[in-house]
Design a protein around this ligand. Structure first.
Ligand SMILES: Cc1cc2nc3c(=O)[nH]c(=O)nc-3n(C[C@H](O)[C@H](O)[C@H](O)COP(=O)(O)O)c2cc1C
Length: 443
């Protein structure tokens, strides 16, 4: 049984409320932080080795240390709760069931960064969550943990919840800032980075919900203790949202030593695949990371057991490896058709492209149309090569990584399942039966 930090109290009845949260140690990390200097808090976060949980895994302490501090200019902490990557739903779980953990994390982080205003930018489709957050904010305020002169420290903090209108690209941090400013959510050219010119052109830190929700635990147990959990540069714990063909889909807090095999098959986690079907493939880090066939998923190309951590997932690069990403773990059993699956993702990325960059605007639609053609039984072998060519022209050639996110699933699907694409072209009946070839299933 792995040690829990984020979900430790998730099953406590009434943990949503300030009273119960406080009874279980809530806001004691904030009280501890108020006795420290901002530099001491920053040092703890650096020592903890915490890496951003939004997808890229950038070290949080390092990011915070980049924050510019010009005299007389406000600084902001913006919490990224856009969570629109297909397969990812762990931030929702935290916000819905233990909102004060996020509020306490924002309080400590903002105090450390010298921000007096913080925003939670939340995806529009999470229509019922803002109310939960607003309520928690009001409770924290009523108990003196937000507002003016918090606990007689002389420190002021207001938190505002801002709903997005339902655009995946607004999860990209600069598009998010544009949207927060009331503009169309188009990603900005970088540099300048948000740490220098972010919200309203002021220094800004943008962090994922889970990243910020981990801060109270780090302050409580110390950065050094947090760093002891995990493996190598994957420290602490991570939330994984598991879905697809699993007996027990859901949100799990894992430690980074866990093998993928144990995560999928053990009763403590996903409990295996329904009806005893075989594992065909998995996208382990949200829809944009490369899909891996079972044999490369469970063991790396060198035959080592693949673990649920940043380094092990990335073993082999994007040729025989993948990425932990946001932790959106999507499992496909032997009956799933890779062509149909890839087409569904391509449709999503085409719909969500903001249209600013030509390779993404045109390329995502083109990829979708070709995949649809193959899926409908009208494809040729040349279409596979054309698809490969188009994805390679998008990857790395756009202002923001949405283009990369659209190209990687297509590239990985062709790389690992080219003969299934060919099989699909020769066997259009797959369309009606809705399954592909099962030879890839190894377990
Ligand atoms: C298209 C796109 C969508 C993104 N969506 C999210 C998101 O929903 N939530 C998130 O935290 N980060 C998302 N990111 C990553 C953010 O740009 C940013 O790296 C992250 O919020 C930083 O927080 P972290 O360091 O705590 O991970 C997205 C990036 C891209 C390119």
């Amino acid at each position: 049984m792995s040690k829990k930090l984020l979900l430790k109290n998730i099953d406590v009845e009434g943990i949503k409320t300030f009273e119960v949260f406080r009874k279980h140690g809530g806001y004691s990390a904030a009280e501890k932080a108020f006795k420290m200097t901002p530099d001491e808090i920053l040092e703890e976060v650096k020592i903890s080795g915490l890496r951003g949980r939004g997808g890229a895994g950038f070290p949080t302490g390092l990011k915070w240390s980049f924050l510019a501090k010009p005299e007389g200019v406000p600084r902001y902490l913006v919490v990224n709760a856009d969570e629109s990557e297909p397969g990812t739903f762990k931030d929702r779980y935290l916000m819905e069931y233990i909102p004060h953990q996020l509020i306490e994390g924002i309080l400590i982080s903002s105090f450390c960064l010298g921000a007096n205003v913080s925003y939670i930018y939340i995806r529009g489709e999470y229509s019922w969550i803002p109310e939960i957050l607003e309520y928690a904010i009001q409770e924290a305020k009523a108990h003196g943990f937000l507002g003016k002169n918090i606990k007689n420290t002389g420190y002021d903090l207001e938190i505002y919840v801002q709903r997005g209108a339902g655009a995946y690209v607004c999860g990209e941090e600069t598009a998010l800032l544009e949207s927060l400013e009331g503009k169309r959510g188009n990603p900005r050219l970088k540099p300048p980075f948000p740490a220098v010119k972010g919200l309203y052109q002021c220094p800004t830190v943008v962090n994922n919900v889970e990243t910020i929700a981990a801060i109270p635990a780090i302050i409580s147990i110390t950065g050094a203790e947090y760093a002891k959990m995990g493996v190598g540069r994957s420290t602490g714990t991570k939330l994984i949202s598991a879905c697809g063909n699993l007996n027990r889909p859901g949100v799990y807090e894992i430690d980074f030593n866990l093998s993928i095999e144990e995560f999928i098959y053990s009763e403590e986690y996903c409990g295996g695949i329904p009806k005893g079907k075989k594992l065909k493939a998995c996208i382990p880090g949200g829809s944009s990371v490369p899909i891996l066939p079972a044999k490369l998923l469970l063991k790396t190309a060198n035959g080592e057991t693949r673990l649920m951590n940043y380094e092990s997932m990335a073993d082999g690069g994007f040729i025989t490896g993948t990425a932990l990403g946001s932790g959106g773990f999507i499992v496909l059993d032997e009956d799933q058709c890779i062509v149909r699956h890839t087409m569904t993702l391509a449709r999503f990325y085409n719909h969500e492209s903001c249209g600013q960059c030509t390779p993404c605007r045109e390329g995502t639609g083109w990829m979708y149309r070709i995949l649809k053609k193959i899926e409908e039984g009208r494809g040729t072998y040349d279409d596979i090569d054309l698809l490969w060519n188009i994805q390679s022209k998008i990857d790395g050639n756009t202002i923001c990584p949405l283009g990369d996110a659209a190209s990687w699933p297509v590239a990985a699907a062709i790389r690992h399942f080219r003969d299934e694409f060919q099989w699909h072209i020769n066997n259009p009946e797959c369309l009606t039966k809705n399954y592909g070839i099962a030879e890839y299933a190894t377990i």
